[in-house]
Each structure stands twice: as structure tokens, then as C-alpha cells.
Design a binder for this molecule. Structure first.
Ligand code: UT7
Length: 332
């Protein structure tokens, strides 16, 4: 790719301190540690506690760490995009709130909602502002306080989700590093299987919506599972083929962490051995927009300049996609 590419030049994650373990969940709903681990791969998740804490509080921690790492001030950020399905409030955008809290006085920002594919959609979108030459420093945040929309009496969903945030800085690269290609998809007919029924303009909040528990996540797991396995594997294979990448050429797969079985199916389809797959679902569960940056953050010390990395996700909407990038820097 000639000209300017958009490269990740720093990464930082944040998870809250409090843990919700499988043993805790055994006391809350009719489930077992064995079922959760064998069906999902999850052992524990982090939960943001405190009545006055929202998604922006986790995002702020991640972004502050990111800026400190890169040695730049908040006033140098041009744009901040926050991928989330659990905004602090319906408006203003969580991105606005984050910018205010960190003092990003020269930035504009907005939220992007694409459920578990949110970070990928935001990364692809943000990269265009860098590639066009109009923006020099774009922050992409993926953050979700899933515990705010989980029904902790519903065993089919409460075992899956956790809270967390991750942020990356995008800057121009002139040596071809960074984002090389992206394939992003939506299929709104899948919305019936995974959604939050009330709280939007279609079903505004009322006593009735609260009584019916319509402000929690609704998921029909099996159809989502099937669509996730097929589409995440297909799109990951497609981006490899389109860029003439063999399994030997790919150093890392960074999959959305929804279910270990979905991750395994994707890696198998790509012909990748498990050492090349970033997996931390056992400790964080599904943090929705947070999963991919949290993986990159944890693996950062092992990433080398020029590594070919495929990011891949599937989520509610349905939404899914893959991004191919070349890592832009060596470990510090
Ligand atoms: O990231 C966003 C996109 N979301 C996903 O990718 C999630 C995709 N779906 C999944 O990961 C899986 O479908 C789940 C993990 C949600 C469920 O696993 P499953 O293997 O599809 O289970 P199932 O829904 O087919 O349920 C099998 C059985 C049922 O009991 P019966 O009807 O066979 O008696 C469930 O009631 O397991 C039961 N079950 C549980 N048992 C113990 C469901 N949840 C639990 C539980 N503990 N927590």
C-alpha cells in the first residue's frame, strides 16, 4: 500500500479489580464451574463495582495509560472514537465524556455501536481519518460495562460477560506498517437472536419494560453460536486469501473472545496452531468491545515490528469482520 497507512503506536488495557468467579456464579444460578468452562472456556470475569461508575471510567483509565506510555498530552488527540454497547447514557456520547475527563480539549469524538465487532468497526473507521492525512492522532477505545445489562438470574447469559476496556493510538506510518485491509459485514436479520429489547425509541423505558426485564441482554445462544462459527472463520480465511497470506505468514490471530469453541473453529479454518492465537477469555469472559484491545495489550511484549496480525470478530446485529495489520513497533 503506497502513501500513508494508519498504525497502532501504543496500546493500553484496563479491567476493574473485582472478580466474579465460576464458584460465585454457582451460588447465584443453577450452573457449575464444569459447564461454564467446557461450554465457554471462561473461569472468571472482572466486574466494575460502585454506583457512580460507568463505562467511561474504565475507558479513561485505558486512555490515560495509553497517553503516558506514548508520552503525549491529551490535548494532542485529534479524534476519539468509543466503541460500546453500554454507553454511560444514551446521549451525550461516551466519547465526549471521556474527552472531558482526560482533558482532550482539541479532540472531537463519537460512539460507535456494533456490539462485539465494535472495536473492529471503530478501528477501520478511525484509520480512514489517518490515511486521508486530515488527522494525526486518533484514539480508538473499546469499552463495555456488560454487568450493567446482564440479568444475574439468567444462567444462559450471566456466565458469559465481563467488564473491561482497551485503547489504541493510531498515527500515520510512512513505512507501510499498520492497517493493510479490512472486511466488515452486517446482517440486521440476525438481530432477533441477540439484543436489548427496551430503552431505545422503539420501546422506551417504562414500568412494563422493567417488569419484563427488557433492559437486559436477550440471547438465543445456539443460532448466534452457529452464525459466529461460520462467519468469523469465513471472513478470516477470506482476508488471508485476499492478501495472499498463508498460515505461515500470519504470526497472530486476535479473535473476539465470546466462546473458546468459536475461537478454536476460526483458528482451525485459518490453519493456525494454538500458539499463534491470543486467548484470555478464561480470565475476562466476553467484554464485548474490550476483548480485542485487551488481548493486544497483554501480548504487546511479544509483538514485533512487521508481524502479520489478523483481528477477527462476530457479534450482535449481526456484525462481523476481520482486519489485517502489520504491527508497527518492537517491544520496549
Ligand atoms: O459475543 C457476542 C456473540 N455471542 C456469542 O458468540 C455467543 C454464542 N453462543 C454461545 O457461546 C453458546 O450458545 C452459549 C455458551 C451461550 C450456550 O452454549 P450451548 O452449548 O449453545 O448451550 P445451549 O444453549 O444449547 O444449552 C444446552 C443446555 C440447555 O439445557 P437443556 O435444554 O439441554 O436441558 C441449557 O438450558 O445447557 C443449559 N444451560 C446451562 N447449564 C448450566 C444453559 N446455560 C447454562 C449454564 N449452566 N450457565
Amino acid at each position: 500500500m503506497a502513501g500513508i497507512t494508519a498504525a497502532i503506536t501504543a496500546i493500553q488495557g484496563y479491567v476493574p479489580e473485582d472478580l466474579l468467579t465460576n464458584a460465585d456464579l454457582e451460588k447465584m444460578v443453577d450452573t457449575t464451574d464444569e459447564w461454564i468452562r467446557s461450554r465457554t472456556g471462561i473461569s472468571e470475569r472482572h466486574i466494575l463495582k460502585g454506583a457512580d461508575k460507568g463505562t467511561s471510567d474504565m475507558a479513561v483509565e485505558a486512555v490515560k495509560g495509553l497517553l503516558a506510555k506514548r508520552g503525549i498530552g491529551a490535548d494532542e488527540i485529534d479524534l476519539l472514537i468509543c466503541a460500546t454497547v453500554t454507553p454511560d447514557m444514551l446521549f451525550p456520547a461516551t466519547a465526549n465524556i471521556i474527552c472531558d475527563k482526560i482533558g482532550a480539549k482539541n479532540a472531537w469524538g463519537y460512539d460507535l455501536g456494533a456490539a462485539c465487532s465494535g472495536f473492529l468497526f471503530a478501528l477501520a473507521t478511525g484509520s480512514k481519518f489517518i490515511e486521508s492525512g486530515t488527522h494525526k492522532k486518533v484514539v480508538i477505545v473499546g469499552a463495555d460495562k456488560m454487568s450493567s445489562i446482564v440479568d444475574y438470574t439468567d444462567r444462559t447469559t450471566c456466565v458469559i460477560f465481563g467488564d473491561g476496556a482497551g485503547a489504541v493510538l493510531l498515527e500515520p506510518s510512512t513505512d507501510g506498517m499498520g492497517i493493510q485491509d479490512s472486511i466488515l459485514r452486517t446482517d440486521g436479520s440476525g438481530r432477533q437472536y441477540l439484543h436489548q429489547k427496551a430503552g431505545g425509541s422503539l420501546r422506551p423505558a417504562s414500568h412494563d419494560t422493567v417488569d419484563r426485564k427488557e433492559h437486559f441482554i436477550f440471547q438465543d445462544g445456539q443460532p448466534v453460536f452457529k452464525a459466529a462459527v461460520t462467519n468469523m472463520a469465513d471472513v478470516s480465511a477470506e482476508i488471508m486469501a485476499r492478501n495472499q497470506l498463508t498460515s505461515d505468514d500470519v504470526q497472530w490471530l486476535v479473535p473476539h473472545q465470546a466462546n473458546l469453541r468459536i475461537i478454536d473453529a476460526t483458528a482451525r479454518r485459518m490453519g493456525l496452531s494454538e500458539e499463534k492465537v491470543m486467548i484470555n477469555i478464561q480470565r475476562y469472559g466476553n467484554t464485548t468491545s474490550g476483548t480485542i484491545p485487551l488481548c493486544l495489550w497483554e501480548w504487546e511484549p511479544r509483538l514485533k515490528k512487521g508481524d502479520n496480525i489478523i483481528l477477527s470478530a462476530f457479534g450482535g446485529g449481526f456484525t462481523w469482520g476481520a482486519i489485517y495489520l502489520k504491527w508497527a513497533y518492537n517491544p520496549a
